[in-house]
Design a binder for this molecule. Structure first.
Ligand code: ATP
Length: 408
C-alpha cells in the first residue's frame, strides 16, 4: 500500500504543474485548486490522516491592505474531519483568512501548514484544499456531469474513475436525474449543489466554503445547512466555513471561531461560545445578552456575591471572581432565557414592556437602579410572566452557574 501511494505521488508530482496551470490559466477560478494528495487513490487510507491530527495549522498570520491589519496575528488549528466555522461581522477578516489558507492571498507574516507541511509560499494549485464560493461560477456551456467532471478530466484521471466518482458525487449532493441539465436549467439550490459536487469529487482533505448559502432564500438555506452538515459527516473532510450568520454557525459547526477586527476572540463549541463567552463582543454577537454593571462583594458557599444597584445578590460562580478585591467593578452577563421572575427577593424593578413572539414572550424589566434587563419566557401553560402586567413590581434572579463575569 505504501509503495502504491509513493508511486502515485511521484506520477502526480511530475504532472501536476502542467495540469493545474491549464485549469488556472483558462479558467481563473482558483477554487478548483487541489494539490498532490487529491490525485492519489481516493479510497486509499494512506491519504487520510487520523482524526486527532491537524489538517490546517495557521501560525500568527498577519495580512495588511494598507491601514490596520485585515488579519492580525491569527493562530488556529483545524482537526481532520472537523467542521470549523469562522464567524464574525462584515469586514472582520474571515474571507481574507480563508483566502490565505487557499493560497489566494499571501500573508505578510506567519505560516500556513497543510497536513503538517509548510505551504505558505505555495500557489493555490499545489495545496490540498478546494474552495466553494458564494458565486457558484459554474461553466454555463457544460451540463451538470461535465461541470463536476471538469477538474478530474484536467488531471487526466482514467475515464472509468471519472465516471464512478462523478456519479458518487451526484448521489451525495442529491442531484440524481439532473445530470444532463445545463446550469441555466437549475435552481439556485441545485446550482450550489453542483458547485459542492465539483469540489468534493476532487477528494481534498479540506474544503473551504465562503458563505456558500448566502444567495439562497431562507427556507432553502436552512434545508441546505442540514444537508451540508450531513454531507460533511459522510465524507469526513474538514470544512472551514465562513459566515456572518450566527444561527448557521451554531447549527452546523463542531467548533466556531468568533472573529472581530482581524482577531479571533474565542474558539469553542457552539455551547461554549453561547454559554461561556469570554468577551463582551462574543456575548453580544452570539445570541442576546443582558450586561449588568456590578461590583464584587464576597464569596460564600462557592458562589460569588455582587452588588447591583444597591442590592447584594448571589450572581456567579466563585471561580469567575477569584482574586478580585471587594468593590472591584465587574460586568455580569446573563442570557434572557435564564432570568427568572419572582415576586420577592432578588433584584427589584418594574415590568416596562412585553412582546409576544409566539413560542416565547419577551419582557423588559427596568431595575430600581435604572438598568434594563430582558427576560424571555416560554409560552407554556404555567408561564409566570403570562400572568404579569406592565407596570407591575417584580424581582428577578438567575442561577449563579448561568452567569458569566466579564471583567472590564
Ligand atoms: P464580509 O463578511 O463582508 O465578506 P469579511 O469578514 O470576510 O467580510 P474581509 O473580506 O476579509 O472581511 O475583509 C477584511 C478587511 O480587509 C476589510 O476591511 C476589507 O475592506 C479589507 N480588504 C479585503 N480585501 C482587500 C483588498 N484586496 N484590498 C484592500 N482591502 C481589502
Amino acid at each position: 500500500m505504501m509503495l502504491r501511494c509513493l508511486m502515485i505521488a511521484i506520477i502526480a508530482a511530475s504532472s501536476r504543474n502542467h495540469q493545474s496551470s491549464i485549469i488556472n490559466h483558462q479558467f481563473p477560478i482558483h477554487h478548483f485548486s487541489a494539490g498532490l494528495l487529491a490525485l492519489s487513490d481516493p479510497d486509499s487510507l494512506c491519504s487520510r490522516p487520523p482524526m486527532d491530527t491537524y489538517v490546517i495549522e495557521l501560525e500568527r498570520l498577519v495580512k495588511r491592505f494598507g491601514g490596520s491589519p485585515a488579519v492580525d496575528l491569527v493562530s488556529l488549528s483545524v482537526r481532520a474531519g472537523e467542521f470549523l466555522t469562522l464567524l464574525g461581522p462584515s469586514g472582520c477578516g474571515k474571507t481574507t483568512l480563508l483566502r490565505m489558507i487557499a493560497g489566494l492571498e499571501t500573508p505578510d507574516e506567519g505560516r500556513v501548514l497543510l497536513n503538517g507541511a509548510d505551504v505558505t509560499d505555495l500557489p493555490p494549485y499545489k495545496r490540498d484544499v478546494t474552495t466553494v464560493f458564494q458565486q457558484y461560477a459554474l461553466f454555463p456551456h457544460l451540463d451538470v456531469k461535465a461541470n463536476i467532471a471538469f477538474g478530474l478530466k484536467r488531471r487526466r484521471a482514467p475515464r472509468d474513475e471519472i465516471k464512478r466518482r462523478v456519479s458518487e458525487a451526484i448521489e451525495m449532493v442529491r442531484l440524481e436525474g439532473l445530470d444532463s441539465r445545463m446550469p441555466s436549467e437549475l435552481s439556485g439550490g441545485q446550482q450550489q449543489r453542483v458547485a459542492l459536487a465539483r469540489s468534493i469529487v476532487l477528494k481534498p482533505r479540506s474544503l473551504l466554503l465562503d458563505e456558500p448559502l448566502a444567495a439562497l432564500d431562507l427556507k432553502l438555506r436552512k434545508q441546505m445547512q442540514i444537508e451540508l452538515k450531513a454531507l460533511q459527516r459522510k465524507i469526513g473532510v474538514s470544512f472551514v466555513y465562513v459566515t456572518h450568520d450566527q444561527e448557521e454557525a451554531l447549527t452546523m459547526s463542531d467548533r466556531i471561531a468568533v472573529m472581530n477586527a482581524g482577531k479571533i476572540e474565542q474558539i469553542g463549541t457552539a455551547e461554549e461560545i453561547y454559554e461561556r463567552p469570554l468577551t463582551e463582543f462574543v456575548a453580544r454577537f452570539i445570541g442576546e445578552s443582558n450586561l449588568l454593571e456590578a461590583a464584587f462583594e464576597s464569596i460564600a458557599d462557592q458562589t460569588g456575591l455582587v452588588r447591583v444597584d444597591g442590592s447584594v445578590i448571589p450572581a456567579c460562580r466563585a471561580d469567575s471572581v477569584a482574586g478580585l478585591a471587594p468593590g472591584s467593578p465587574v460586568r455580569i452577563m446573563v442570557r434572557p432565557e435564564k432570568i427568572r421572575l419572582l415576586t420577592a427577593e432578588g433584584l427589584t424593578g418594574t415590568l416596562e414592556s412585553h412582546a409576544y413572539l409566539g413560542e416565547t414572550t419577551r419582557w423588559t424589566i427596568r431595575l430600581d437602579g435604572g438598568q434594563e434587563v430582558s427576560a424571555l419566557e416560554q409560552n407554556s401553560g404555567d408561564a409566570t410572566l403570562a400572568r404579569k402586567r406592565i407596570g407591575e413590581r417584580v424581582a428577578i434572579s438567575w442561577e449563579p452557574d448561568c452567569a458569566v463575569v466579564l471583567r472590564p
